[in-house]
Design a binder for this molecule. Structure first.
Ligand code: ATP
Length: 258
């Protein structure tokens, strides 16, 4: 087995009296499409917030590709190689599709503020490279026809794909998607599934929170189930689907294995 890409353990987080996460562990291998599921309020988004630096965990050990990291600041986590999308889409609605992706790319730039103000040749060269890569990513997610549209004019499914392109602009090793299929119709879900598989083929592992059980079970090679802030199961989709505790807490007795 290869060395883990993301290895976290002992992650705990409370908000006042609410124990959102208690001693949660999770290991993502390179090449994984890894599902994180569980009922509403189970702690899934809090877990994403903890690993990506949006919310400080109370406790936990965090390693990315064998190097310990402190999930203290969002931009440092992004530089370390984790990118994410949000349950509630967070785009710059008045900026163009292209500009939204270029913003994501700036995490990897080298020209400082002075270079930007003076528009030095180095800065302009870097901007041209950023734009070229942004266009490539927009083509990759299928939005090449919308490059100059304002983000707010895109359909819901296209906005979700734009968020993915922007996250990919940081050149992540791990892409964390928070309910990417929410609000999508069946066709959009199928496109999303193919897109996630292509992202994995490009060498980026994917960690996905998703309530569409059919999508998760068909797409992911491993799944962790949270309930009330605790991990209640981990395994392949087939293993998780026949776990009695998972059936009781989340899937329901009438669930048919996918
Ligand atoms: P869903 O599937 O509904 O998105 P989830 O599994 O992502 O749920 P979280 O959003 O992580 O669950 O919430 C876990 C618990 O922590 C919930 O009880 C929630 O109310 C609580 N919680 C999350 N963030 C905060 C916060 N900033 N302040 C107070 N409580 C919070």
């Amino acid at each position: 087995m290869s060395a883990p890409l993301l290895e976290v353990s002992g992650v705990s987080k409370h908000f006042g009296g609410i124990h959102a996460l208690t001693d949660v562990a999770l290991r993502v291998q390179p090449g994984d499409i890894y599902g994180l599921i569980g009922p509403n309020g189970a702690g899934k988004t809090t877990f994403f917030n903890c690993i990506t630096g949006l919310v400080p965990p109370d406790a936990g050990r965090f390693e990315l590709a064998g190097a310990a990291y402190k999930p203290a600041q969002v931009h440092k986590v992004a530089r370390a190689g984790i990118a994410r999308t949000f349950q509630n889409i967070r785009l710059f609605p008045e900026m163009t599709v292209l500009e939204n992706v270029m913003v994501g790319r700036h995490v990897r730039t080298h020209s400082g503020l002075l270079g930007a103000v003076l528009r030095t040749p180095g800065f302009r060269r870097e901007e041209a490279q950023i734009e070229e890569r942004a266009r490539e990513l927009l083509a990759f997610v299928g939005l090449q026809a919308h490059v100059h549209d304002r983000a707010r004019t895109l359909s819901y499914g296209d906005q979700r794909r734009l968020e993915i392109a922007r996250a990919l602009a940081t050149e992540p090793r791990l892409l964390a998607l928070d309910e990417p299929a929410a609000g999508m119709n069946a066709t959009e879900k199928q496109q999303l599934r193919l897109l996630i598989e292509r992202i994995r083929e490009q060498g980026c592992a994917v960690l996905i929170i998703e309530h569409d059980v059919k999508l998760v079970m068909g797409l992911c090679n491993r799944v962790t189930v949270l309930d009330q802030g605790r991990r209640i199961a981990e395994g392949t989709p087939a293993e998780v689907q026949r776990n009695q505790q998972v059936i009781e807490a989340y899937l329901g007795a009438s669930h048919q294995p996918q």
